[in-house]
Write a protein that binds this ligand. Structure first.
Ligand code: G3D
Ligand code: MG
Length: 177
C-alpha cells in the first residue's frame, strides 16, 4: 500500500496591491477573490485585506493576504508601514493612461526600499480596452530587467490573466521560501 506524503507546508503571506488611483487594484482583487466585476461599489476609507489560498504544488500551500488600500491614502505614495511584511507585490497600471505606467518605477522603488527585493509582478490592466498593436512595451521590459520583475496584461473586466497573475505570485513566494 502506498502512503500519501504527509508533509505539507502551509504559509501565510502578505501581498500588496500597489499603483496609482483608478488603475483597477480593487477590481482585480474582487475578480480574483470573489470572481465578479462590478462597475459600482462603495469606496471606504482604510485598508481591506482579502484572503486566498493557492495550492502551488503537492506540498506547498500559500495563503495570500491581499492588501488593498482604499480611499484617500491612495492619492499619495504609501507609508512604509503599509508595505511592511509584504512577501510580494502586484503593481498595477492602467494601460490606457501612460502616466500610470511611468509611475511603476516609483512604486517599485518605494516598495523595495521598505521590504527589500521580493517578487513583483507589474500588471498592465484594462487590457480589454488596450490596443495591443500600438502598445509600446519596451520601457516596461527595461524596468522588469532592471528590478528583476515580470509584467503581463490583465483585465479585471474580462478576467484575463487575473488568476494567473495571483497564482504566479504564489509560486514566486513558494520559490523564495
Ligand atoms: P483602484 O482600486 O486602483 O483605484 P478600481 O481602481 O478597481 O476602483 O477601478 C477604477 C475604475 O476602472 C473603475 O471604473 C473600474 O470599473 C475600472 N476598471 C478596473 N479594472 C478594469 C479593467 O480591467 N477594464 C476596464 N475596462 N475597466 C476597469 P469606474 O467607472 O467605476 O471608476
Ligand atoms: Mg481601490
Amino acid at each position: 500500500m502506498r502512503h500519501r506524503m504527509a508533509f505539507q507546508v502551509e504559509v501565510l503571506k502578505k501581498v500588496a496591491l500597489l499603483g496609482d488611483p483608478a488603475v483597477g487594484k480593487t477590481s482585480l482583487i474582487r475578480r480574483y477573490v470573489f470572481d465578479e466585476f462590478s462597475d459600482m461599489y462603495i469606496t471606504t476609507i482604510g485598508t481591506k485585506v482579502s484572503k486566498k489560498e493557492v495550492l502551488v504544488n503537492e506540498t506547498i500551500k500559500v495563503t495570500m493576504l491581499i492588501w488593498d488600500i482604499l480611499g484617500q491614502d491612495e492619492f499619495q505614495f504609501l507609508h512604509a508601514t503599509y508595505y511592511q511584511g509584504s512577501a510580494g507585490a502586484l503593481i498595477v497600471c492602467d494601460g490606457t493612461r501612460p502616466e500610470t505606467i511611468d509611475h511603476l518605477r516609483k512604486w517599485v522603488t518605494n516598495f523595495f526600499n521598505t521590504v527589500g527585493r521580493v517578487p513583483v509582478i507589474f500588471l498592465v490592466n484594462k487590457a480589454d480596452i488596450i490596443d495591443r498593436d500600438t502598445f509600446y512595451s519596451q520601457p516596461l521590459e527595461d524596468l522588469c530587467a532592471e528590478v528583476g520583475a515580470t509584467w503581463m496584461f490583465s483585465s479585471a473586466k474580462n478576467g484575463e490573466n487575473v488568476d494567473r497573475s495571483f497564482q504566479n505570485m504564489a509560486s514566486f513566494i513558494a520559490e523564495s521560501l
